[in-house]
Ligand binder design. Sequence first.
Ligand SMILES: NC(=O)c1ccc[n+]([C@@H]2O[C@H](COP(=O)([O-])OP(=O)(O)OC[C@H]3O[C@@H](n4cnc5c(N)ncnc54)[C@H](OP(=O)(O)O)[C@@H]3O)[C@@H](O)[C@H]2O)c1
Length: 329
Amino acid sequence: MPIAPAPARSGPWTAAAIPDQGGRLALVTGANSGLGLETARALAAHGATVVLACRSPQKAAAARAQLLADLAHQSVASPHGAIDCLSLDLADLASVAAAADTLAQRYGRLDLLINNAGVMAPPRTLTRDGFELQFGTNHLGHFALTQALLPLLKGQTDARVVSVTSGAQYFGRIDFDDLQGERRYDRWQAYGQSKLANVMFTLELQRRLDGANAGIRALAAHPGLARTSLQPSSVAANGSWFEPIAYRLMGPLFQSAAMGALPQLYAATAPEAAPAGHYGPDGFGGLGGWPRPVPVAAAALNTNNCQRLWQVSQELLAGCSAWPQVDCL
Ligand SMILES: NC(=O)c1ccc[n+]([C@@H]2O[C@H](COP(=O)([O-])OP(=O)(O)OC[C@H]3O[C@@H](n4cnc5c(N)ncnc54)[C@H](OP(=O)(O)O)[C@@H]3O)[C@@H](O)[C@H]2O)c1
């Protein structure tokens, strides 16, 4: 797959550098809030048709209305793209399958998939299919969605799959003996595991896409620390007295959601973003700043474990009656 050289740029990469997305179709999971909303906004502002894939139709409709109103007021050189909504609950594999079917019927193609939605550090909860919520939503739901959408991505020019990970990947560990936290559940370890899984999935996906000569790029990105609903939702779910105080003390470290969305926008649109590339902020500790290539967690470089995670994920889906057996790679 030809990768364009980086264009000469005097300053940092900003959303203004996004190439024209006219004619491209993008699906963003969790697009009603935070990084997903900002990603949808930037892609639509550059002409892409954006599908907001959300679990709440009401929130999706509100986000669509907000984006259309904002874009109408924004002075952009070319007309913005259309914005569509799609019902998708990543914690329910029947919903994932239905969303993929609906997208196939509506459009019959896809250029860009952004696996963005996520939950962080709730008490142990199960998805509808009985998987631990963070593993099930952040990893397995996106793993399933990507497989189901690959037929729509294949054959498209410059097709990409971008998975949104976190700095939590660096303390993550895949506990193959207790993936669902049945014996011992630590909600932060489970979050780190799911975010490390996002990266390992990306690297293994790229290997498999290359093996199949699919001409699709798989990339990952993390936002650093961005002010979104992630932390408030996490606190609301776990009832911690300590975490709200910690987040308040960390206040100055948070960047805006629009800044946090830049690494995934870079991965999604920069001509020079490389297959299996991983991007994050360039500032202190990777917490904030402008997008640049950053190393993945050392644990993700173990190819055997990446293959094992893929295999186990496939087996978990195969054991699930709600999942129509899709295996494209
Ligand atoms: N913000 C940060 O500092 C930070 C740092 C590192 C990584 N990240 C990653 O960034 C991504 C986006 O998070 P964010 O910060 O933008 O948080 P956010 O504002 O809370 O957005 C998360 C989105 O995911 C959706 N979602 C949650 N569970 C879902 C499910 N079962 N099915 C479909 N959608 C679901 C949420 O929907 P509802 O609105 O219906 O809940 C929401 O739209 C996540 O993957 C997160 O791990 C964020």
